[in-house]
Design a protein around this ligand. Structure first.
Ligand code: NAP
Length: 519
């Protein structure tokens, strides 16, 4: 049994007591504990503000980018060890582990090169400036300077490596020190990532701290220059956003939460076409990758009424061929859910969708055939496809995120109806549209765009080169309105905005150019 310590105030520290237990989801066996009891978490924030902040602000974008590049290299060197930690504590297959870990490394590399691009400055000046009055001397510029507080990152259980790295990369490049907290149940991988980063001695003192275990009183000590970026369930997001200290100090908050991501096959898509094959391939991947525990997983599948039986048959065939079991075995395509609670929640979620009018057309909430694992001990569930023929009536299908390998297939009659049904999800991270008819694609893209942070369009010409909708790329924004939390992360340089204060500076143009330039 390993006891995961926290890295705070420049050293590894163990919390008091046993804290919470971490398990191997394949066998149900306990593998470790983690606790933050007795740790000085207020002190961690002070340490970040007093040590990490000044050190980062003294560096240029290029220097911060160099740090990110070295972080990525340290993780790449530890890749095998990190993959093992993911399989052990999160029940991921090797391929699913790589999705998380390589996502972390890739995001660090992307922001490292953005740092080089932004160059020798330590803050940003937005745009060209503006003449403010009739006099050409009186001028205005908008500068973006790093906030003087700590960036508190609270992450979900499903991406311990990527969640840590993608948030940290942006904050550190912007010049803010980070206090990062992984979800307790799958914290082993984040702990291993931090061990590697600390032993490589890459980061300035206080620039990155890791809190393993419960958040304790951390958020009671937030101040007006701190920011809070949270990823997790909508209910926790609502709770954190409403905390007295957060509201009282106008703490900037970013929430990445639940999402009932939709995939839409347009009316022109001919079964047998490349676009149709891409749609089936993406839906199966998005349902089952990481055992469906991805915020970007496809939860709702909308297809023209005329082809719904064909789509159901094709999806069932693909899902039936998928091997579920011990994630350490090469033949396994899908491992267990991450925790016993997840398994209970997913089973309850399926029951809720059935009660709302959907019926299970593939798989079972209770039984699954496994390779190399015991269903009585591990947290296993096979892929479950539901079908709701009256999608407007099956409200829970649009409202309740079942965070596992579970999706619902539904028919629609026109592009307008597709837009209406997708919008019933009340805000999502990503939607995907598959077709080759420009008019149908245009009306659906523009119709659902207000409800989404990202839309992918799968068509014949990109069928063999597009990234699947579940892949979050650092160059495009990630987040979504409404149910998805109303947040926005990444998006290249756009992501830095959250960690910086935009300040309009007005005055003599020549003076401003001297103190803020060169532009
Ligand atoms: P969760 O239960 O809300 O927990 C998320 C994080 O919040 C964990 O680190 C948890 O710590 C912490 N937390 C819980 N209560 C807290 C409190 N009162 N104060 C401070 N921190 C608190 O969510 P989850 O089960 O880990 O994640 C699943 C959900 O995340 C799904 O709904 C999924 O859609 C969503 N998600 C969204 C995105 C996105 O980018 N939009 C990405 C991934 C996941 P402990 O573990 O220590 O309790």
């Amino acid at each position: 049994m390993i006891n995961l310590e926290s890295y705070v105030a420049g050293r590894w520290q163990a919390g008091a007591g046993r804290g919470s237990e971490l398990h191997n989801p394949t066998t149900g066996e306990p593998i470790g504990t983690t606790s933050t009891d007795g740790l000085d978490l207020a002190g961690a924030l002070v340490y970040a503000r007093d040590r990490g902040g000044p050190a980062l602000r003294a560096m240029s974008f290029a220097q911060r980018g160099e740090v990110l590049g070295r972080m990525g290299k340290a993780l790449r060197a530890a890749r095998e060890e990190l993959i093992d930690a993911s399989i052990l504590n999160a029940g991921t297959t090797r391929s699913d582990a790589k999705f998380d870990i390589d996502g972390a490394i890739g995001t660090l590399a992307y922001y490292a090169s953005l740092g080089q691009h932004l160059g020798d400055r330590s803050y940003a000046v937005e745009g060209d400036g503006v003449q403010l009055t009739r006099s050409p001397r009186f001028w205005g510029h908008h500068v973006r300077v790093p906030r003087r507080g700590a960036a508190i990152h609270i992450n979900a259980f499903n991406f311990p490596a990527w969640g840590l790295a993608e948030k940290a990369a942006v904050a550190l490049l912007a010049g803010m020190p980070v206090v990062s907290k992984p979800a307790s149940s799958t914290a082993l991988l984040a702990f291993r990532v931090m061990q590697r980063l600390v032993s490589a001695e890459i980061l300035p003192d206080g620039a990155l701290q890791l809190v393993c275990g419960g958040a304790g009183d951390l958020l009671e000590h937030v101040g007006s220059q701190d920011v809070l970026a949270f990823t997790g369930s909508g209910s926790t997001g609502v709770l954190l956003r409403g905390l007295r200290q957060v509201v009282g100090h106008s703490v900037r908050v970013n929430v990445e939460a639940d999402s009932l991501n939709a995939a839409v096959l347009t009316v022109d898509a001919d079964p047998g076409s490349e676009t149709y094959a891409m749609f089936i391939r993406d839906v199966v991947r998005e349902m089952t990758q990481k055992t469906g525990q991805k915020c970007t997983a496809t939860r709702r599948i909308f297809v023209p009424s005329a082809v719904i039986d064909r789509v159901e048959a094709d999806l069932r065939e693909q899902l039936a061929a998928l091997t579920v079991g011990d994630p350490a075995l090469a033949e396994t395509r899908m491992g267990p859910l991450a925790t016993a609670q997840q398994l209970r929640d997913v089973r309850a979620g399926i029951a809720r969708l059935v009660e709302a009018g959907a019926r299970v057309v593939h798989g079972s909430a209770e039984q699954v055939a496994l390779v190399g694992a015991d269903a009585a001990r591990g947290y296993f569930l096979g892929p479950v496809l539901l079908r709701a023929d009256s999608p407007r009536d099956a409200k829970a299908v649009h409202e309740h995120e079942v965070f596992g390998p579970v999706s619902s297939l539904m028919p629609y009659a026109s592009s307008d109806e597709a837009v209406e049904l997708v919008a019933m999800g009340d805000g999502g991270l990503v939607a995907s549209i598959y077709g080759d008819d420009r008019d149908a694609i245009a009306s659906i893209v523009l119709g659902i765009a207000p409800y989404h942070g990202r839309i992918t369009v799968g068509s014949r010409k990109v069928a063999d080169q597009a990234t699947p909708p579940g892949v979050v790329l650092p160059s495009c924004v990630h987040g979504g309105p409404g149910r998805a939390g109303g947040g926005e992360e990444l998006g290249g340089e756009r992501g830095l905005a959250f960690y910086t204060q935009r300040t309009a500076v007005q005055g003599d143009r020549a003076l401003l150019e001297r103190i803020l330039g060169p532009f």
